[in-house]
Write a protein of this length. Structure first.
Length: 301
C-alpha cells in the first residue's frame, strides 16, 4: 500500500482517517467501516454524493494529453514546476497530529500525472538538489481515464478520483505543497490542507499561448485579465511569493497539433472530423509558442 500517503487521507463519506484494510493491500477503510477498493488500474474512486457540475476529461482527450506530454514537449515546464515545489518538500514543517511525518505533496488536477512524476523524480535519490527527500504523494483528478494513466506513471503515489470543488479527502495541515497545473483552484480547501509555511504552485497560460494554432483548431483563447482573476480567486487565503514566466518555442508535427487541441478544455466540444481535416492539411512542422506563468503562493496567517 502507500502508508505515507494514506496517513494524510480522510474518508470522503464521514471525514474520519483512512488506513489499509484487508489482506490484499488494495483496500482503504475508515473506523466507521466505509471501504474503498482500488480499481484494477490502481486508483481509488472517492466520488460520493452529488456529482460535480464539471465534465470530466474523456478517454480520447486523456490519450491525446498523455501522448503529447510523453513526447516531452512540455518537459521544461514540468522541470520548472518541480524546481519551485521541491524546496518546500526538502524542509517540511512539523506534521499535524495524525497526518504522519515527512513531506507530502498534493497534485490537484493531476491529469495523466506527468508533472507529479517530474517532482517525484527530482526528489528521488540522484534526482537533483533535493534528491533523497522522502515524499508522500497524492494525485487527485475528476477523470477516471486520467487516473488510469496517472496510477501507472506514479505507482508510489495514492491516486484518487475526486472533485476539487468538494471537501478534499485530506486532513487539515497535512500537505507541504499543493500543485495546480491548468486545473481548478479551491482556495479555501487548499489553505486548509496546507501546513504553516506550505506552498501553492499554480501554472496558468499567458497571453499569446498557442496563438499560432488556437484559432484555427478551435482551442479556447486566454481570458483578459487572467492574472487579476487568479489573484482575486485566492485572495483571503493566499499571498503571492514569486512568479516565473516560461516561454517554449515548439516545432510540432501535425499529429501533435491535433493532440494539443484535443487535450485541453476545448476537447469537450471540438468537431473531431473537422480537426482531423485541418491536421491533415498542416505542413510537416508548425511553429507554436507556449507561454506559461508559474506562481508560488503562501497561505495567509
Amino acid at each position: 500500500m502507500f502508508p505515507a500517503s494514506v496517513a494524510s487521507l480522510l474518508c470522503p463519506v464521514c471525514r474520519e482517517g483512512l488506513g489499509p484494510g484487508g489482506g490484499s493491500g488494495r483496500t482503504l477503510v475508515c473506523p466507521a467501516g466505509h471501504s474503498f477498493d482500488a480499481a484494477r488500474q490502481g486508483y481509488f474512486n472517492f466520488l460520493v454524493g452529488k456529482g460535480t457540475v464539471f465534465e470530466a476529461d474523456a478517454a480520447d482527450m486523456v490519450a491525446a494529453r498523455f501522448e503529447f506530454l510523453s513526447a516531452g514537449h512540455y518537459r521544461p515546464l514540468a522541470d520548472a514546476v518541480a524546481g519551485l515545489a521541491a524546496p518546500a518538500l526538502a524542509a517540511p514543517q512539523t506534521a499535524s497530529a495524525g497526518a504522519g511525518a515527512g513531506a507530502t505533496v498534493l497534485d490537484a488536477g493531476t491529469g495523466t500525472g506527468h508533472y507529479l512524476r517530474a517532482l517525484l523524480d527530482r526528489t528521488a535519490p540522484g534526482g537533483g538538489a533535493q534528491a533523497g527527500t522522502p515524499v508522500a504523494a497524492i494525485g487527485l483528478d475528476i477523470s477516471k481515464f486520467a487516473l488510469r494513466r496517472a496510477a501507472k506513471l506514479n505507482p508510489e503515489a495514492v491516486n484518487l478520483v475526486s472533485d476539487v470543488w468538494q471537501p478534499l479527502p485530506v486532513a487539515d495541515g497535512a500537505v507541504d505543497v499543493v500543485m495546480v497545473v491548468f486545473a481548478p483552484r479551491n482556495a479555501a480547501e487548499f489553505a486548509r490542507v496546507l501546513r504553516p509555511g506550505g506552498r501553492l504552485v499554480v501554472v496558468t497560460p499567458r497571453p499569446g499561448h498557442l496563438a499560432e494554432v488556437a484559432g484555427q483548431t478551435g482551442m479556447l483563447g486566454i481570458e483578459p485579465a487572467k492574472d487579476e482573476r487568479l489573484a482575486a480567486s485566492l485572495e483571503g487565503h493566499f499571498s503571492p511569493l514569486s512568479s516565473l514566466d516560461l516561454d517554449l518555442d515548439l516545432a510540432l508535427a501535425p499529429a501533435d497539433v491535433g493532440r494539443l487541441a484535443l487535450m485541453g478544455p476545448a476537447g469537450h466540444h471540438l468537431d473531431r472530423a473537422a480537426l482531423d481535416s485541418l491536421v491533415n492539411a498542416l505542413p510537416p512542422a508548425t511553429g507554436v509558442s507556449a507561454r506559461f506563468r508559474i506562481t508560488v503562493f503562501e497561505p495567509r496567517s
